[in-house]
Design a protein around this ligand. Structure first.
Ligand SMILES: C[S@@+](CC[C@H](N)C(=O)[O-])C[C@H]1O[C@@H](n2cnc3c(N)ncnc32)[C@H](O)[C@@H]1O
Length: 260
C-alpha cells in the first residue's frame, strides 16, 4: 500500500480522476479562518504526496505534514521546503509543538484498522492543537451512503505516462476493500501492480462518539469534498466561532468509493 509504484503516479492519477487539491485546500482554509481568523500554522496528518500542503503554504506561514509511507513523503519532499514533512504514525506522533489548525484529508483516518486506533490518533491530533485551534477531518463514507460493488476504470495520459487503472470496491465485515489493478507505461517500459486498500466503514455516530471522547465539539458538513463531507471540531468549552462557509451546505451524496 502506498509503495513507490503508486506514489510515482499518485498526483497525476487523482487529479485526472477529478481531485482538485487546490479547491479542497481552499475550502478547508475557509473553514479554519471562519473559526480562527488569525490561524497561522497548520498540521496535515496523513499528508501523502503533499499536494494540499503546497496549497496550504500559500495561506499559512507555518505548515507541517506527517505520513507513514516513505514513498509518498519522498514525492512531498520534492515540492516543499526542507523539514516540512516528517515520517510518523498518526497514532503516536509527537512533534513537540502545536498548530492553529490540524487537518486530515482524503480519508487518511479510515486507513486505521480499528476505532481504538482512531481514538489514539485523535488524542495525538488534540495534543497538537493550539488553544482555540480547529480540527478538520475528512471521513470515509458512512455505511448508509457507501455503494457496494462499485467498479471504476480510468485511462490517463499525462507527461509521457499512460496509466490504466481498474478498481472494484466491496464491503466485508464493516470494512471497504478496494482492489485496484494498474498498468503504467512510459518510455522505460510497462509495469503492472495491484493495490488493496482497506477503509473502515464507521458510522457517523461512531465518529461523533470518538470526537466526544477526545473532548471535542464536532459538527459534520455534508456534501463537501468528494461528497464524503468534513468533520470540523474544536475543544469543548473553547470559543471557536463558526462563521458562514460558502461551499459547506449540501446533502450527503451516495458514495461510490470511486475516487480512491
Ligand atoms: C489516500 S492517502 C491521502 C493523502 C493526502 N492526505 C491527500 O489528500 O492526497 C492516505 C494517506 O494516509 C497515510 N496514512 C495511513 N495510515 C497512516 C498512519 N497510521 N499514520 C500516518 N499516515 C497514515 C497513507 O500513507 C497515505 O499517504
Amino acid at each position: 500500500m502506498f509503495g513507490e509504484d503508486l506514489a510515482e503516479v499518485y498526483d497525476m492519477v487523482y487529479r485526472a480522476r477529478g481531485q482538485d487539491f487546490d479547491k479542497e485546500a481552499a475550502l478547508v482554509t475557509e473553514i479554519v479562518r471562519s473559526r480562527r481568523p488569525d490561524a497561522r500554522s497548520l498540521l496535515d496528518v496523513g499528508c501523502g504526496t503533499g499536494e494540499h500542503l503546497v496549497a496550504f503554504a500559500r495561506s499559512f506561514p507555518s505548515v507541517t505534514g506527517i505520513d507513514l509511507a516513505a514513498p509518498m513523503l519522498a514525492v512531498a519532499e520534492r515540492k516543499l521546503p526542507p523539514g516540512t514533512v516528517r515520517r510518523a504514525d498518526m497514532r503516536d506522533v509527537d512533534l513537540g509543538r502545536t498548530y492553529d489548525a490540524v487537518v486530515s484529508l482524503s480519508t487518511a483516518v479510515a486507513y486505521l484498522p480499528s476505532l481504538a486506533d482512531f481514538r489514539a490518533a485523535l488524542a495525538r491530533m488534540v495534543a497538537h492543537l493550539a488553544p482555540a485551534g480547529v480540527l478538520v477531518i475528512e471521513p470515509w463514507y458512512f455505511p448508509e451512503n457507501y455503494l457496494d460493488g462499485y467498479v471504476a476504470g480510468d485511462l490517463i495520459r499525462h507527461d509521457g505516462y499512460t496509466v490504466s487503472r481498474v478498481s472494484h470496491s466491496r464491503e466485508q465485515d464493516g470494512v471497504t476493500v478496494i482492489e485496484s489493478h494498474w498498468a503504467v507505461a512510459n518510455r522505460d517500459g510497462i509495469r503492472h501492480f495491484t493495490e488493496t486498500h482497506l477503509f473502515q466503514l464507521w458510522t457517523r455516530e461512531q465518529y461523533a462518539s470518538e470526537f466526544a471522547h477526545a473532548g471535542l465539539a464536532a459538527e459534520y458538513l455534508s456534501g463537501v469534498q468528494a461528497g464524503r463531507g468534513l468533520f470540523v471540531a474544536h475543544r469543548r468549552g473553547e470559543h471557536a466561532a463558526a462563521g458562514p462557509v460558502g461551499h459547506a451546505a449540501g446533502r450527503a451524496d451516495a458514495g461510490t468509493g470511486e475516487r480512491r
